[in-house]
Design a protein around this ligand. Structure first.
Ligand code: UGA
Length: 441
């Protein structure tokens, strides 16, 4: 198939790399620098395994990027993969979706051979695909030749390519079985054999299911964090043991049930806010989602409180923060709990040193307060500090072991916000505090 993808951001690029294994894919991107990088086989995003595949697909001429004004020619599918950021009131900003649809419809003469399907992959509030795409297509002379589908993405940063090939399910929201079969045929050759689970729904159910999935996962994490708060007050209780026992119930599952520093990233915060805002417009209250967000927003403060319970005043003290990305395997710091931890430490007058294995990539993208030093050299971060908080569970920390990490600290007070060392032997002389273990506060 010939596939056009509008938007070479995270979802567009990963989906393009995956589909180009069997199809001819063109990415449309307004950022000229990104276009150049992609066509040179260099990924504009950090994602496990992408560089190698991107280079291979570009060399084989199965994947290319171009600016919107370049010629495309006829295609079978157009995937919309543009950003849908949150507005300041939590509602979803659809400007990029609108521009993408303008672009497609302005070029429809060139894009249609016999039939074409517009596949919306951007996360949008229910009703958007109908209003912004289907209803607009209806007013063109090509309405019988254009199908409109909503097909949510469930890719996790850091394992996006693996997720793209091995989805638990592929949801295809559409109006008829012809659209369903065509989109299914696009995915069938590139998905792993045991991941060929396709579900047909209508447009609105498919749109809503993306918000509900992310909101449920966020709620599950906050529930685990609330249970961790309880476990901490019970001598001997251990939240990992508890959640393992609970998660082995098939109805519950152990995944996304780890207590820690809370969830970050652009998706859970954005989609819980988006669903809440949608519900408000429909006059529906969302006490569960509100509580999930409230529990989550308290996690960074809690980690700093744990440190203060040992060090008392933080003013003038050197404190190490381990990990800045919102989770391991990415250089994305959007809504990262580490950013909030750093802000709170700075408010308390601490001098903060941050370690992240991807610090150089991160530094290109964000500005930290001047009191904060960031490096990828862990030894430099830990030297003579008065205390440390681990926020992101990069594997390198577990690989090194707590003894090595703390050896050059001045005061060996270590708050483990992700329970990385909760089941390891704690070296003598280290005051180790973690979430979810009885009497840690
Ligand atoms: C999330 C969803 O998992 C994807 O299915 C979805 O496609 C994506 O959002 C999206 O909407 O685009 P992502 O934000 O990349 O993916 O990251 P996750 O792996 O879901 O982690 C989110 C946060 O939850 C991280 O900060 C992580 O540390 C935290 N987390 C995760 C926990 O605190 N506990 C857990 O048990 C699991």
């Amino acid at each position: 198939m010939r596939i056009l993808i509008v938007g070479a951001g995270y979802v567009g690029l990963c989906t393009g790399v995956m589909l180009s294994e069997s199809h001819d894919v063109t990415l449309i991107e307004i950022d000229e620098r990104k276009v150049r990088r992609i066509n040179s086989g260099i990924s504009p995003i950090y994602e496990k395994g992408i560089e190698h595949l991107l280079q291979e697909r570009v060399e084989q001429e199965n994947l290319k990027a171009q600016l919107p004004n370049a010629e495309v020619g006829p295609v079978d599918m157009v995937l919309i993969c543009v950003g849908t950021p949150a507005s300041s009131d939590g509602s979803v900003n659809l400007d990029q979706v609108s521009s993408a649809v303008d672009f497609i419809l302005s070029r429809v003469d060139e894009l249609i051979r016999e039939h074409m399907i517009i596949v919306m992959k951007s996360t949008v509030p229910p009703g958007t695909t109908r209003k912004y795409v289907k209803n607009r297509v209806k007013h063109t002379e090509f309405q019988d030749k254009i199908g409109v589908v909503f097909n949510p993405e469930f890719l996790r940063e850091g394992s996006a390519l693996e997720d793209a090939k091995n989805p638990d399910r592929t949801v295809i929201g559409c109006s008829n079985s012809d659209e369903f079969e065509r989109v299914k045929a696009m995915y069938t050759p590139v998905l792993a054999e045991d991941s060929q689970v396709f579900i047909q729904t209508n447009l609105e159910s498919a749109e809503l299911c993306k918000y509900v999935s992310n909101s449920f996962l966020a709620t599950k994490i906050s529930f685990a964090n609330e249970m961790a708060n309880i476990a901490e007050k019970i001598p001997g209780a251990d939240i990992d043991e508890v959640m393992k026992c609970v998660g082995l119930d098939n109805r519950i599952s152990p995944k996304f049930f780890r207590a820690g520093a809370g969830y970050g990233g652009s998706c859970f915060p954005k989609d819980t806010a988006g669903l809440r805002s949608l519900a408000n417009t429909l006059d529906v209250d969302t006490p569960i989602i509100d509580a999930a967000n409230e529990v989550n927003s308290e996690r960074p403060e809690k980690l700093v409180r744990m440190l203060r319970s040992e060090l008392d005043l933080l003013s003038g003290k050197d404190i190490a923060v381990l990990g800045l990305a919102f989770k391991p395997g990415t250089d994305d710091t959007r809504y990262s709990p580490a950013i909030k931890v750093i802000d709170i430490l700075v408010e308390h007058g601490a001098y903060v040193r941050v370690h992240d294995p991807l610090s150089s990539k991160i530094q290109e993208k964000i500005n930290l307060p001047k009191e904060v030093q960031i490096t990828d050299n862990l030894e430099e971060t830990m030297r003579e500090v008065n205390g440390a908080i681990l926020v992101t569970d990069w594997p390198i920390y577990e690989d090194l072991g707590l003894e090595r990490i703390v050896e050059s600290m001045k005061n060996r007070v270590f708050v483990d916000g992700r329970r990385v060392f909760a089941n390891s032997e704690i070296p003598r002389g280290v005051r180790y505090i973690t979430v979810g273990t009885g009497c840690s506060e």
